[in-house]
Design a binder for this molecule. Structure first.
Ligand code: ADP
Ligand code: ZN
Length: 720
C-alpha cells in the first residue's frame, strides 16, 4: 500500500504530495487524515496522510511511524484546506496547520500529551492478608467506593499504595482525563422578549442562509443566539459560536455554560496547549456539541453542524493578519455552512461597512433589534472638547469627567474607564532635544514598561533598560511621555479617594487572573475598572452607570482607511457597557476632535448615519466596500534588492491586469522590522478573474528565491 503524504515544511517549493510505502505492520492502522513520520532527504519529518493507493510504480521509502489513532483531519477539513489554499494562495500545509491545536499540528518536534488518570482496584481476596494500618485504610476506602483515583487521593499514603501495587494486592487502570471540566448545572433560561422572539422566528422560518443581526448593545443578541442554538441541539445538530478573543471573557463562557452545561467546549488563547488539545478531542469525539471560541475555532472538528454564529462580526480579530494563510473567519464560516447546508448568523451593534452594505442589498438577510432589553434608552453621551478643557487643566481628566466619577463613587455605583491604546503607548523622549528611543532592529519607537522600567519593541521583542542620559545630546532627564494605564491610575489616586482595578494585557496574561478580576469588580471590591480595549467589549456589569473615554482620538490618527470605522465601533461598544440593567447609564468621551463624524455620531447612537457618511468617504477614495483590496508585501534583508524586485512585480501586474488600480510600490508603514525591509503594493479592483492566477504565477516564479519574501493579503484588515 502507498500513502500520499504532505510534510510539515511550509515552502512553496515542496508543497505537494509525496508517496511513501506503508510497511506491512502499519497497513491495518493507516488512515487518511492522520499524522505519520516519514524520512525526507536526510531529515525525519511529520506529515499528514492525504491519500491511500494500492500501488505505485516508483521505488518508495517506508513510512517510519504512525502518530495518531484518531483521525486528525476529516474529509470536510481536508477539502476545506484545499479551498483555503486557493482563497489565500498559501501553502496547503499552512492551511491544515492553522486548523489544528499545537498538539495536533504536523511537527516532528512537537510534543503532545494526553493526561491519564490512574484508578486502583483490589486484586482478588484480601481477607487474611497482613496489612499496616495505612494500607488497611486504603483497602477500606476501595471497599467503600469501589476504587481509588490517584489524583483525588490526597489523604492516603502514596508509599503504602505503591507497596500494595507491588505486592499485586491492587491493580492499576489508566483512563484518559480532560484537563478542563464544565459544571453540568444549568440555570433556567430567560423568557424572550417579543422582539427577540420575532428575530428567532425570522431566522427559522426563512429560506435564506446568511443573516446579519443588527442590534444595539444590550438588545439581547446573545440570548437570541442561545435560543437558536438550543433548537439546533434539539434536532441533534452542533453549533459554532465565534466571539472576538477580547470578548471571550469568562463571563461570556459562563453564560453559555449556565445554559448548556458540559455540552460546550471553549477554545481561546488563555488555555494551555494541553487544555486546547483536550477540548479539541472532546469536540472531535462528539462529546461537546457547542464550540465557543475565537477566530480559529471556526475550524473546530464538529460534525453535523446546524448553525454558525459570529458575534461582533465587525471585529478585526476575525482576520488572520500576521501570518499565512491570511484568512477571514467569515469566509471560512460561509464555506462550512455550504458543506453542512446550514445557516450563518452574524451579529453586531456596529456591523462592518461591508456587511451592512450587503444586508442593504439583500445579499444578507437583515434582522434588527433596535431597543435594549431593559426598556431603557441607550446611555446619554457627553462629548468633552479636550482642546478647550486642557487650557484649564494639566492632567488627562477634564473637570466634568472628574465630577461624574466622584458622583458615582458617592452613590455606590461603578465606573469603566477606557484608555484607547490603539497606535498609542508610552514612550520615552529627551526633555532637551525631543529624541525618542527607537528599536535598533525595527522602524518604531520603543514602548516604556513602567513596572520593569524597561523599553520594549512590540514588533521584534527587543528590550533594554531606560538610558540615564539621552543617547543624542547627553541630557540627563529622559521623560516618560504618553500615558499608559499605570500613569492614569496614579493620576486618579491623586485626584480622589477611590479603588481602581487596572486591566490590560499585562495584568490579565496570567492564567485565571482575568476571571478573578471580573469577579472582584462584580463584587464591588473596586469602584473603577480602568483598562485598554479589553474593557470595551462583552462585559456586562449591572452596577456600571458611567463609562469614561480618556482619549477617543488616538485611533483616528492611524493611517488606515478603517480608522473612522474602528473608532466609531470602539466608542459605541464601550458606551454600551453603561446602564445595562435597572440604573440609567451615562457616557463621557474626551476628544480633541469633537466634530469628527466618527465621534459626534456616537453621541446620537446613530450607526446608520455613520454608515451613510463613511460610505461616501469610501466611495470617493475608492475603498471597500466599493472596491476590493489586495495587498502585496515584499520584504528582504537588502532594501535595494527588494525595491528592484517589487518594481518588476508591479510591471508584471500592469502588463497583465486590466480594470484595476495599482498603488505603490511604497515603503510599508513600518519600513523595517527585525532588520528586514518592507515595500508594498495595493491593488484595488471590483472584479478581476485574472488576479489570482497571475499572483500565483508571481509566487511560483519567486519560489526558489531566498532573498525576498512575498506576502499576499486579500481584503487586508490593516495595511502595515
Ligand atoms: P447583547 O448581546 O445584545 O449586548 P445581551 O444578550 O448581553 O445583549 O443582553 C443584555 C442583558 O440583558 C444581559 O444581562 C442579559 O442577561 C439580559 N437579557 C437579555 N435577554 C433578556 C430577556 N429576554 N429577559 C431578561 N433579560 C434579558
Ligand atoms: Zn524591534
Amino acid at each position: 500500500m502507498v500513502a500520499g503524504v504532505l510534510v510539515e515544511l511550509s515552502n512553496k517549493n515542496i508543497d505537494k504530495i509525496f508517496d511513501y510505502n506503508v510497511p506491512e505492520d502499519l497497513v491495518s492502522n493507516i488512515k487518511v487524515g492522520i499524522r505519520v513520520e516519514v524520512p525526507f532527504g536526510r531529515q525525519t519529518l511529520d506529515g499528514f496522510v492525504l491519500e491511500l493507493k494500492n500501488s505505485s510504480t516508483m521505488d518508495l521509502k517506508d513510512i517510519i511511524r504512525i502518530k495518531d489513532t484518531d483521525i486528525v483531519l476529516d474529509k470536510e477539513l481536508l477539502e476545506l484546506g484545499k479551498w483555503l489554499k486557493n482563497e489565500t494562495l498559501s501553502t496547503l500545509i499552512s492551511c491544515y496547520q492553522v486548523m489544528l491545536p499545537k498538539a495536533l499540528k504536523a511537527n516532528i518536534d512537537g510534543k503532545s500529551s494526553i493526561k491519564m488518570d490512574s484508578f486502583y482496584y483490589i486484586n482478588g481476596n484480601v481477607d487474611g492478608v497482613k496489612l499496616t494500618p495505612k494500607q488497611q485504610e486504603i483497602i477500606d476506602i476501595i471497599k467503600r467506593d469501589g476504587k481509588i483515583i490517584r489524583k483525588d487521593a490526597t489523604d492516603i499514603s502514596l508509599s503504602s499504595l505503591n507497596t500494595l501495587l507491588k505486592k499485586d494486592i491492587l491493580v492499576e487502570e489508566k483512563t484518559e482525563h480532560y484537563r478542563l471540566s464544565y459544571s453540568n448545572k444549568v440555570v433556567p433560561k430567560k423568557e424572550l422578549t417579543d422582539d427577540q422572539k420575532r428575530v428567532v422566528n425570522e431566522v427559522e422560518n426563512s429560506n435564506d442562509f446568511t443573516y446579519l443581526l443588527y442590534g444595539v448593545t444590550g438588545s439581547g443578541k446573545t440570548e437570541v443566539y442561545m435560543e437558536l442554538i438550543e433548537h439546533q441541539l434539539d434536532l441533534g445538530k452542533t453549533c459554532i459560536v465565534l466571539v472576538p478573543e477580547i470578548s471571550l471573557t469568562p463571563q461570556m463562557v459562563s453564560r453559555f455554560q449556565q445554559r448548556f452545561g458540559d455540552k460546550i467546549a471553549a477554545l481561546h488563547s488563555a488555555l494551555s496547549d494541553g487544555e486546547k488539545y483536550d477540548e479539541w478531542r472532546r469536540i472531535a469525539r462528539g462529546e461537546a456539541n457547542i464550540v465557543i471560541g475565537a477566530r480559529s475555532a471556526i475550524f473546530a472538528p464538529l460534525k453535523n453542524i446546524g448553525l454558525i454564529i459570529i458575534d461582533e462580526e465587525h471585529s478585526e480579530s476575525y482576520k488572520q493578519a500576521d501570518s499565512n494563510p491570511r484568512y477571514h473567519a467569515i469566509d471560512v464560516a460561509k464555506e462550512r455552512c455550504k458543506y453542512h447546508n446550514c445557516k450563518l448568523v452574524m451579529g453586531s451593534a456596529t456591523p462592518s461597512l461591508e456587511s451592512f452594505a450587503r444586508a442593504k442589498k439583500g445579499v444578507y438577510h437583515l434582522l434588527e433589534l433596535p431597543n435594549r432589553v431593559n426598556g431603557h434608552s441607550l446611555p446619554k453621551v457627553t462629548i468633552i472638547d479636550l482642546g478647550e478643557e486642557m487650557k484649564k487643566s494639566t492632567g488627562h481628566f477634564s473637570e466634568p469627567l472628574i465630577n461624574a466619577i466622584k458622583e458615582r463613587i458617592e452613590r455606590g455605583e461603578q465606573i469603566i474607564l477606557l484608555l484607547n491604546r490603539r497606535g498609542y503607548s508610552s514612550f520615552v523622549t529627551c526633555k532637551n532635544c525631543g529624541t525618542s528611543i527607537k528599536c535598533p532592529n525595527c522602524d518604531i519607537t520603543l514602548t516604556y514598561h513602567k513596572s520593569s522600567n524597561t523599553l520594549r519593541c512590540h514588533y521584534c521583542g527587543y528590550g533594554d533598560k531606560v538610558p540615564n542620559t539621552c543617547p543624542k545630546c547627553g541630557e540627563k532627564s529622559m521623560n516618560d511621555l504618553g500615558c499608559g494605564t499605570e500613569k492614569i491610575e496614579e493620576e486618579l489616586h491623586s485626584l480622589m479617594d477611590c479603588r481602581i482595578l487596572r486591566m490590560d494585557y499585562d495584568t490579565t496574561s496570567r492564567k485565571g487572573s482575568h476571571e478573578a478580576m471580573i469577579e472582584s469588580f462584580k463584587n464591588h471590591e473596586y469602584d473603577i475598572l480602568l483598562g485598554t480595549q479589553i474593557v470595551a467589549k462583552g462585559l456586562d456589569f449591572s452596577n456600571v452607570t458611567l463609562v469614561g473615554v480618556i482619549n477617543a482620538d488616538t485611533g483616528l490618527n492611524i493611517p488606515d482607511f478603517r480608522s473612522s470605522e474602528n473608532t466609531y465601533s470602539l466608542l459605541s461598544q464601550v458606551a454600551g457597557r453603561s446602564g445595562r440593567s435597572e440604573k440609567t447609564g451615562e457616557v463621557i468621551i474626551q476628544t480633541f476632535n469633537p466634530d469628527h463624524y466618527a465621534i459626534s455620531l456616537t453621541k446620537k447612537h446613530d450607526y446608520v448615519g455613520f454608515y451613510n457618511k463613511e460610505m461616501e468617504v469610501r466611495r470617493e477614495n475608492q475603498y471597500p466596500p466599493y472596491y476590493y483590496l489586495c495587498y502585496i508585501r515584499v520584504s528582504g534583508k537588502d532594501a535595494e534588492n527588494v525595491f528592484t524586485e517589487i518594481h518588476k512585480i508591479k510591471r508584471s501586474l500592469e502588463r497583465n491586469l486590466s480594470g484595476v488600480l495599482l498603488l505603490g510600490p511604497t515603503t510599508c508603514t513600518i519600513f523595517k522590522v527585525n532588520n528586514i525591509f518592507r515595500y508594498g503594493i495595493i491593488i484595488k479592483y471590483k472584479k478581476c478573474d485574472e488576479l489570482k492566477p497571475l499572483l500565483e504565477k508571481v509566487l511560483d516564479h519567486y519560489k526558489t528565491n531566498q532573498t525576498i519574501k512575498i506576502d499576499i493579503d486579500f481584503n487586508p484588515s490593516q495595511i502595515f
